[in-house]
Design a protein around this ligand. Structure first.
Ligand code: GDD
Ligand code: MG
Length: 193
């Protein structure tokens, strides 16, 4: 680790049941030069990539709808989340990952994808960097039904929405996923749709 204000980093594995949860104990140098010991837990599920699929002529976007347990246990009544297509890198390059996830989750085979930003989504507790993309789709690219990989229990519903309706769903709270809101706003600001 490169930060000169950090030393004696110890890493203890708390759980590796699915992804990994570690507890880090380290000395952190305060602005006055003194050292204090801190503890922080960090959940490592790897990095991910997500893509907003848009059609500028039809003024539509393709989103997904799926059950997300962590939201269900924290106030999201039916646990369903409307999100841009997204997946974990699993060792892939981010652009290859979004192409693969687009095909698996939405049934569109897309080749041109444009990276727009990368972001830590929850820097206080989750290590993940998310690479965010946009890409134009049309009906000629539809090669399947989507729904998620067959060996995974994802049950993903594919939604094609009018872009203005999607923006209204952000305002109403029906869309409440951060990466999705960021990409819809990117599309609005840059007049993609
Ligand atoms: N058995 C089991 N399966 C799990 C667990 N956690 C995740 N999975 C499964 O692991 C698969 C991961 O699917 P992906 O499409 O690769 O990832 P994702 O969950 O959609 O993640 C994307 O969205 C996240 C939320 O915004 C992002 O955090 C992530 O980077 C990525 O972009 C899914 O089939 C999911 O059901 C778990 O604890 N146990
Ligand atoms: Mg996914």
């Amino acid at each position: 680790m490169k930060n000169g204000s950090i030393k004696d980093v110890e890493k203890k594995l708390l759980s590796d049941n699915w992804y990994k949860l570690h507890k880090y104990t380290f000395k952190y140098q305060r602005p006055d030069g003194s050292w204090e010991t801190q503890n922080r837990e960090a959940y490592d599920r790897g990095n991910g990539a997500a893509i907003l699929l848009y059609n500028s002529k039809k003024k539509t976007v393709v989103l997904t709808r799926q059950f997300r347990m962590p939201t269900y246990v924290n106030g999201n009544e039916d646990g369903m989340m409307i999100e841009v297509c997204a997946g974990l890198l699993d060792g892939d390059d981010p652009a290859d990952c979004v192409r693969k996830e687009t095909e698996e989750e939405t049934g569109y085979k897309i080749s041109n994808v444009q990276k727009v930003f990368q972001t830590y989504m929850s820097p206080g507790s989750v290590t993940e960097i998310l690479y965010l993309f946009v890409g134009e789709y049309d009906e000629s690219m539809k090669i399947g039904e989507g729904g998620g990989a067959e060996d995974e229990t994802e049950n993903i519903e594919v939604l094609e929405l009018d872009f203005n309706d999607a923006m209204k769903m952000v305002a109403s709270g029906e869309i409440k996923d951060a990466k999705t809101i960021m990409l819809l706003q990117y599309a609005k600001i840059n007049a993609l749709v």
